[in-house]
Design a binder for this molecule. Structure first.
Ligand SMILES: Cc1ncc(COP(=O)(O)O)c(C=O)c1O
Length: 364
């Protein structure tokens, strides 16, 4: 265990108290036949829609936390619900990084949002550049040479967006050991449900300065309701909770999570995840056969990164056929690369058709 990890947090936030929530106070009220009258939170007693949404929701809806605890195999006091994992990352940066002083280390390519969040917090980003020639794999030498001075937070998506590479658990252990008492380590597992190696959540027992981001936006198909989670030690979760908006999880979001992720539906979702993995692998095998595709990078996510010839023409061709794929070619280390999300079976078939037409359109 890291013995002195609170020194990694911003001192000005150590005594922050959570906003006092009426919904929380109501949870401890004794109920009997006489109902309570709620006149303490300036809510409206009227319900105008079909469902009652006139009361403030619980800040951390217990049913949702319990369900995610089961899904992620983590105790409930190690979970913080957030509006998507993007909010979780933002909170962690603000809990840890002093503006104009601390730095954030990441791999590059990695999830671009980290650049924006670091900039907003006034922190510079140190990038370890991964090489296309090595399939964007991080080596142990690169880990050993990672900067330590001024680094307060290490952010790594695993599987990585956009390369699709998953970091081996042993490598994450080495990174956690290297930064013990120096920086917090954030592993963003937005795509882990599609990966070969399961979540590294068991490492939370060994490293108090480790934080894991999870989301319902990808494998669970709930991007529109904005729900994600930070997993960490109970103490770090308490500090993060104090920073949260007073009622971050809207009641409809909580209701939908409980309904969609109910025990009787989960087997169907897991089957759909397995189907998606098969389709990803199948699509990768088909894409490499096009003459203009130079390389297909092995992916552990619900997307595939490709290196192609004539990237601009390909983008325009797909656009004209009303297919949007992501041009990554202007991002450092990703020259000539595009990222394609795995769609439904018919969408993937249409993509292959359009790629075929594009190939035929290239003068030989
Ligand atoms: C690596 C990674 N983390 C986090 C997110 C954001 O997820 P959420 O919808 O939970 O905010 C994304 C979205 O594309 C992502 O690729």
């Amino acid at each position: 265990m890291s013995d002195n990890w609170t020194q990694l947090l911003r001192p000005s936030l150590l005594n922050l108290k959570p906003f006092s929530s009426a919904a929380m106070a109501r949870l401890s009220l004794q109920t009997n036949s006489r109902p309570w009258i709620f006149l303490e939170s300036n809510e409206n007693p009227n319900v105008y829609g079909e469902e009652a949404y006139n009361r403030y929701p619980e800040p951390q809806p217990r049913e949702v936390v319990a369900r995610l605890g089961e899904l992620y195999s983590v105790p409930v006091d190690q979970i913080l619900l957030t509006r998507g994992s993007a909010e979780g990352l933002d909170l962690i940066i603000r809990l840890v990084c002093e503006p104009y002083k601390d730095e954030i280390l990441t791999l590059w390519p990695d999830f671009e949002l980290i650049e924006q969040l670091a900039c907003i917090q006034g922190c510079s980003l140190k990038k370890v550049i991964l090489k296309k020639e090595n399939g964007f794999r991080l080596s142990m030498d690169e880990v050993n040479n990672m900067a330590e001075k001024n680094i307060k937070l290490v952010y790594l998506s695993s599987p990585n967006n956009p390369t699709g590479q998953q970091l081996h658990k042993d490598m994450i252990v080495s990174i956690c050991e290297k930064y013990r008492n120096k920086a917090v380590v954030v592993i963003d597992e937005a795509y882990v449900e599609y990966a070969e190696q399961e979540s590294i959540s068991s490492l939370l027992q060994d490293f108090e300065h480790l934080l894991i981001l999870r989301t319902l936006s990808k494998a669970y198909g709930l991007a529109g309701i904005r729900c994600g989670a930070v997993l960490s030690s109970p103490e770090i979760i308490t500090y993060l909770q104090a920073m949260l908006h007073p009622a971050p999880i809207p009641q409809p979001t909580a209701d939908i999570v409980v309904k969609v992720l109910s025990k009787d539906k989960i087997a169907t979702i897991h089957q759909a995840i397995n189907d998606m993995i098969e389709q990803r692998n199948e699509l990768g095998n088909r894409l490499i056969n096009f003459n203009f595709v130079r390389r297909v990078f092995k992916s552990e996510g619900n997307f595939i990164l490709l290196e192609v010839e004539q990237v601009e023409q390909l983008m325009a061709f797909c656009y004209a056929e009303k297919i949007l794929i992501r041009d990554k070619s202007t991002q450092h280390a990703l020259e000539d690369c595009v990222r394609i999300t795995i769609g439904s079976e018919s969408e993937n078939a249409r993509l292959l058709q359009v790629f075929k037409q594009f190939q035929l359109s290239i003068p030989s």
